[in-house]
Design a protein around this ligand. Structure first.
Ligand code: 13P
Length: 426
């Protein structure tokens, strides 16, 4: 009988995979075409009672818990909000850059990194007329969630009035992972997370994100098993804790573009990482219909000589998702990871024109690939504000159309070339 899924953290680490199963699954996650590996693994839980059935009963997992939890209270709301975030033609504006990172952006247009200037920049984004036609949610940094706009109105109210659900980045950033490969990091922020999540919900946030990042570097042994296990477990703990407080968790295991690796290598690593993330989510009783995935698109390393076409990227990304993401997850909201604005839109559009069996909405949650041209056009000048807002709306429209598979390459303006930056710190 398969027992690995509902085990605690230590058996998850030491005994992560069932080794012999009647359905032929051999216990190894790999780039398996058109097979939802986690759904098969989950089916094993159900199969104890109903052999041969592939249906999953999420409620049965939560009922294993002896005590009623916040998750029980928020279950319906979580699923409703997760669905709202990925309605057809909608995606997310990620503007949760830490104070240091947004500061670098402001400095690139000659503005000092002050609270006032950070407010002005976010105010420009959120007051863009009609932005809510394309954007369902905005991911904020903590300062912004509690900040007021230029007219004294709380940003939470400004966003809600524009039809945009406020969200919050809850991780505390990457720190050195001792015991992993040299140079690897883990994502911090679990301590005190429940209390913070409660206060964010009270302030109006309804979803959240936690980003961890893994690098591919075969010579350095990256990502190490320790880094993958830690990334997956941290994401799952975060997701479960935030669901207890009513926030829809966006689970973001980024595979960095840094490196020379081929797209095939990215497929292999990303499939294993995402599969491991969902194994950990299931072990932690994460309510999958009330959660979202935010992966990177499946691309070769930026220094790889063989470049990939939009069709190759779309096919590789779909391959990864179909092999590793449970069908109960309502949506996949991609990060842009250093792709140019136009490339990110074209890749997303191509995915949405390809045939696939995975049922999720494939949409966007871009930061750099949505804000870069807008920032350049604004240039910190009040008189450029309207033009900058028009640019933001244009990219939002491009990505909305890409979610529907209707974007015509080049039909919306962009000033940005590759936005890739080596060792980018979020
Ligand atoms: P990029 O789209 O710039 O990679 O940012 C994604 C992100 O995680 C911000 O929330």
């Amino acid at each position: 009988m398969f027992t690995g899924l509902v085990a605690g953290a230590s058996s998850f680490v030491t005994n992560p995979l069932p080794m012999k199963r009647s359905d032929g699954f051999n216990g190894h996650f790999g780039p398996v075409r058109k097979m939802n590996t986690l759904s098969l693994a989950m089916a094993e839980v159900k199969a104890v009672k109903a052999p041969g059935r592939l249906a999953i009963d999420d409620d049965a997992l939560a009922k294993n818990s002896k005590h009623p939890t916040g998750l029980d209270k928020f279950r319906t709301e979580l699923a409703t909000n997760a669905k709202k975030l990925v309605l057809p033609g909608k995606g997310l504006l990620a503007c949760d850059e830490s104070t240091g990172t947004v500061g670098k952006r402001l400095e690139s247009i000659g503005l000092e990194n002050t609270e006032e200037n950070r407010m002005k920049w976010r105010d420009l984004l959120f007051t863009t007329p009609g932005l809510g036609d394309y954007i369902s949610g905005a991911i904020l940094f903590e300062e912004t969630l509690f900040q007021n706009g230029h007219d004294g109105k709380p940003f939470v109210e400004v966003l809600n009035n524009n039809g945009i659900i406020p969200g919050i980045k809850v991780d505390k950033g990457l720190l050195p992972l001792y015991g992993g490969a040299i140079g690897e990091n883990y994502c911090s922020g679990l301590d005190g997370l429940y209390d913070r999540a409660v206060s964010y919900y009270k302030q109006g946030a309804r979803f959240c994100k936690w980003r961890t990042a893994l690098e591919i570097n075969e010579a350095k042994g990256m990502p190490s098993n320790v880094a993958v296990t830690e990334a997956a477990w941290g994401l799952a703990r975060y997701a479960r804790i935030c669901q207890e407080a009513g926030l829809v968790p966006i689970v973001e295991p980024e595979i960095l573009m840094d490196g020379e690796h081929t797209i095939e290598k990215t497929i292999e690593v990303q499939t294993q990482v995402v599969a491991e993330v969902y194994r950990a989510c299931i072990a932690n009783g994460v309510y999958l219909p009330g959660s979202l995935l935010k992966p990177s698109m499946t691309v070769p390393g930026v220094e790889c000589k063989e470049k990939a076409s939009p069709q190759e990227v779309a096919k590789a990304t779909i391959d990864v998702l179909e092999a590793s993401v449970p069908s109960k997850v309502p949506g996949v909201t991609f990060l842009s990871g250093g792709l140019a604005e136009e490339d990110a839109s074209i890749f997303l559009n191509t995915m949405n024109t390809e045939e696939r069996v995975g049922p999720w909405s494939l949409t966007f949650s871009f930061s750099r690939a949505m804000q870069s041209s807008c920032l350049k056009i604004w240039d910190g000048m009040e008189e450029n504000k309207e033009k900058a807002q028009a640019q933001l709306k244009a990219r939002a429209q491009a990505n909305s159309e890409a979610n529907l598979g209707k974007y015509k390459a080049g039909s919306q303006p962009s000033l940005s070339e590759s936005l890739y930056q080596k060792n980018y710190v979020y």
